[in-house]
Design a protein around this ligand. Structure first.
Ligand code: MCA
Ligand code: AMP
Length: 505
């Protein structure tokens, strides 16, 4: 029987077919071919095996974006390891939790971060800098073998925070990654002729399992940027065919006069996701460029679920389209689980080969988020319109999405509540002109205390990635509560709605 076509195998096949084709085009003018990248994958695989990585072992990575980071991902899959990418913004306290929970065999960090992990027992620390320097690529040996993985075998763990404040590791199988990638390639007509502008981070689903996987498995090329910069992206548009981004990318591009129909002449597709795209940005972008942005909807646990059409129908602003091939989406009554008629708002649930296998070492949590018939409860609220398009109208879960990064209020509230000047707190998201939403903390003083914004923020900073830091603190006498005593966050969001976008912002 032919082995299951994992992302690594599909990439290796492309590398065999077109070894001299450029895979990565870098800002300094260098390019790296498929063949060169496969060699790097084989060298890293040899290093991982020498470090003791066996099938099922976790390989964690917290490094800045580089081609070698993608090679590390592919090498991990090649040897049957489970890839665990971590946001480079995570601080020591956050990293401590992930490492304790996931128990990786190998951790790859930037050279300057290696001393932070020197104390860890049973963990091999390798280093990788942005230009490939570090211990990971010290050896010249190449690993020839390829571990034969089954569709259900774990390929990656991605942490996603929870409403309880404790992060959960979503375990994604080879089948999840490969099937979702194939569905996207088909839906968006992605081919070897595409040149993608890759400006997303590679430690999340969007940048790694959507953008990079689609390039790697089709033999396409990517302009591979360390981060998003509107000027750089505008400069590359005339040579590219596809851009994938979070809504902030499009807000920022619209703020630049360089965005014209001429600059987009070779482009065939602009994709937005990870957070709601403002209908006004969608319309303004189409008016400026003639391109309707294609909005899609996904989640760490499920990869991509729905998409607006590439062709055969309108791309409707404010909607996320219909299910990808193989995926089913329904809107149900959150209490009974019964499907609702189209048009009614309810809980969005998803079923298909894209849906993850469970949370790492949390069987009860996993069970509680699935219906008996196998549908996954996303925690998003939505409705289906008259054309069968899904609209996300809110979130059942307490979550803020800032510039495409998820922030779970509970994690911040726990830190604020621990401060001696604070009795209790509520963390909310309010509209922000650049990040879509941003984090605001509302605090009630402890008896006789006067919480001071700078001091409060400084006290929680070491434990929190920068993108989670509240951008404003408001001190109030009491938090609004309902009759059950539950804090009314909707009321607080209304109160502080114009903090960054109102007339006084
Ligand atoms: C950076 N900062 C942020 C954010 N990014 N603060 C809040 N929210 C953010 N997203 C901080 C920086 O540390 C800096 O702090 C300050 O804000 C200003 O930074 P700036 O230079 O403006 O930011 P940037 O480096 O240009 O980044 C903004 C960005 C970036 C381009 C929007 O955050 C980004 O690439 N986001 C994409 C996230 C993503 O890939 N999400 C997909 C998740 P200081 O004040 O100290 O200078 S996957 C997912 O959600 C699902 C599956 C899906 O459907 O895709
Ligand atoms: P994450 O936990 O990072 O995987 O974030 C997934 C969440 O992002 C989803 O549950 C949605 O709430 C949100 N999301 C993703 N894409 C969209 C979109 N196009 N519109 C609105 N929300 C989105």
């Amino acid at each position: 029987m032919a082995p299951f076509p994992t992302i690594h195998l599909s990439f290796a096949e492309q590398a065999a077919r077109r070894p001299d084709k450029a895979l990565f085009e870098l800002p300094d003018g260098r390019s790296l071919t498929y063949g060169e990248t496969l060699r790097t994958v084989r060298r890293i695989a040899a290093r991982l095996v020498a470090d003791g990585v066996r099938p099922g072992d976790r390989v964690a990575m917290q490094v800045e974006k580089s081609p070698e980071a993608i090679a590390l991902y592919l090498a991990t899959l090649r040897v049957g390891g489970v890839f665990l990418p971590l946001n480079t913004a995570y601080t020591g306290a956050e990293m401590e939790y992930f490492i304790q929970d996931a128990e990786p065999r190998v951790l790859v960090v930037a050279p300057e971060r290696a001393p932070d992990h020197a104390h860890r027992e049973g963990l091999t620390v390798e280093t990788l800098g942005t230009t490939g320097e570090g211990t990971l690529l010290e050896g010249e040996a190449e690993h020839d073998e390829v571990h034969e993985a089954a569709a259900d075998d774990p390929a990656a763990i991605l942490y996603t925070s929870g409403t309880t404040g404790r992060s959960k590791g979503a375990v994604l199988s080879h089948g999840n990654l490969a099937s979702n990638c194939a569905a996207l390639v088909e839906s968006w007509r992605f081919t070897e002729d595409d040149r993608l502008i890759h400006a997303l981070p590679v430690f999340h689903v969007h940048g790694l399992f959507v953008a990079a996987n689609m390039v790697l498995t089709t033999g396409a090329s990517m302009y591979y940027l360390p981060k998003f910069d509107a000027g750089t992206v505008l400069g590359l548009l005339p040579r590219s065919t596809v851009l994938m981004g979070v809504p902030t990318f499009y807000t920022r591009l619209l703020g630049d006069d360089g965005l014209t129909p001429e600059s987009c002449a070779s482009m065939r597709l602009f994709v937005s996701g990870s957070a709601p795209l403002l209908a006004s940005d969608h319309e303004a972008f189409e008016a400026r460029t003639g391109h309707a942005i294609l909005e899609r909807y996904g989640m760490t646990e499920t990869g991509m679920n729905t998409t607006n059409p590439y062709e055969g129908g309108p791309r409707k602003p404010g909607t996320v389209g219909s299910p990808l091939p193989g995926t089913r989406v329904r809107v149900v009554d959150p209490d009974t689980g019964k499907p609702l008629p189209d048009g009614e708002v309810g809980s969005i649930e998803v079923h298909g080969p894209n849906v993850f296998t469970g949370y790492w070492r949390m069987p009860e949590k996993t069970a509680s988020e699935f219906r008996p018939d196998g549908y996954f409860i996303t925690g998003d609220l939505g409705r289906i319109d008259e054309d069968g398009y899904l609209l996300i109208v809110g979130r059942g879960k307490d979550l803020v999405i800032s510039g495409g990064f998820n922030v779970y209020p509970k994690e911040i509230e726990e830190l604020l509540d621990a401060h001696p000047t604070v009795l209790e707190s509520a963390v909310i998201g309010v509209p922000h002109p650049d990040f879509g939403e941003t984090v605001v903390a509302v605090v009630v003083p402890a008896r006789g205390e006067v919480p001071e914004e700078t001091e409060l923020l400084a006290s929680i900073a070491p434990s929190l990635a920068r993108f989670k830091h509240p951008r404003a603190v408001r001190v109030v006498d009491d938090l609004p509560r309902n009759v059950m005593g539950k804090v009314q966050k909707a009321e607080l969001r209304k109160r502080y709605d114009g903090l960054f976008t109102g007339p006084d912002a």
